[in-house]
Design a protein around this ligand. Sequence first.
Ligand code: GAP
Length: 455
Amino acid sequence: MSKLTMEELVAFCNQYGFIFQGSEIYGGLANTWDYGPLGTRLKNNIKDAWRAYFIQQRDNSYEIDSDILMNPTVWEASGHLSSFTDPLLDCKECRTRHRADNLISGHTSLVNADAMTQEEMLEYIIVEKIPCPKCGKSNFTDIRQFNLMFATQRGVTQSNSNVIYLRPENAQGEYVNYLNVMRTMRTKLPFSIGQIGKAFRNEITPGNFIFRTIEFEQMEYQTFCKKGSDEEQYDYFKDYGIQFFESIGLSKEHLRYHDHEKLAHYAKAACDIEYLFPFGWGEINGTHNRTDFDLTRHQEYSGKSLEYFDEQTREKYIPYIVESTYGLDRTFLAVICESLEEELVQGEIRQVLKIHPMLAPIKVNVLPLIKKRHSEKALEIYRMLQKRFMVSYDDSGTIGKRYRRGDIIGTPYTITVDDNTLENGIVTLRERDSMQQTNITEDELKTYFSEKISF
Ligand code: GAP
């Protein structure tokens, strides 16, 4: 894992076009970040990897793209209007707002704030005289539950009946379409619906860069199954999650499970996969056994039957749902933390992003050894590869400098065009991590990269 601090990682992302501060020229907007050209490619490549793993390589698995704005009754039925809250309190001295559970866990690791009631948290904060992290005094208001959903108005008149919400999770879009997917895909239980999309939460606590933001993307995956098979599915997806993270290059020792004691209003069992970030362990995935809670509630609130008819047993029942949900931005951050390294090469520090070739924003950097003599041929090869892969062309500075420029943004391969190319069609291929150089003919390049740049 990167030994770099969060500040250094933020600076790296900014310097190389991965992530910029949101609304930067206006002084920013807290907890918002914009993805730059290389960051956007990396993010899309993570999405593609997830898609390959969850949609393409699994049977009975379907991707949808549902709207962010939904009928507000969805959020009544899901319980988000009443229960999707954070316990907040204010410091009476400096007016800073805090999450009560974070105050406790930041103060001691001896108690688990997640398992405490609101009253227990307040009592603990008072008895232990937990200080405000900003001003150091211990004088707080009562705890209030603060709803995390962003509300907006539909139409031109401002009235409560026009309030609609930006979705705080993707899942509900998948639940309300469960019948549509089952009917049109002519599928049977168990089957899964996945979705990649934005979610919005009015988070007030500091974000640790893109770890906690108010607008973020989730890759959510819901498996609809028969009651009784839910626990097996739950165990399966916990394991599958670790496999997915390993497949994109996160190492096992930086991943761990965190089973929940206090469960969300919809869950029978819940477990996170956490990654060891420079600031400590943080959740990147959550797997939840949501039972028949969601579909039962949607049936109740919509008045539409959401029962499944089991042709084999002739039974009718509401399916159980096992959800495995992945934070795209947090996965992005984990990939950067895992891959960014500094190493000593011939007495000089080499910064290199040792990212999986499939995730690399640019796959191949094409260089002419001598600009005047080799650029025409190098450009020809660049154009040929560009039809299949994201590639770059670089003819400025020494070869060493050009190698380093590719290394730092994670480009896994560099090819150099020289006299041997002009005379024999042979290029020099350099591999990013080992820095080893080999010869390969230009005719072999497309096949070679197609094999290397896949999972
Ligand atoms: N549908 C279930 C659900 O949304 P969650 O644990 O609240 O569950 C799922 O969120 C994932 O979304 C988390 O594991 C995390 O990776 C990501 N996530 C949640 N809140 C986030 C935030 N404020 N900023 C960035 N990612 C977030």
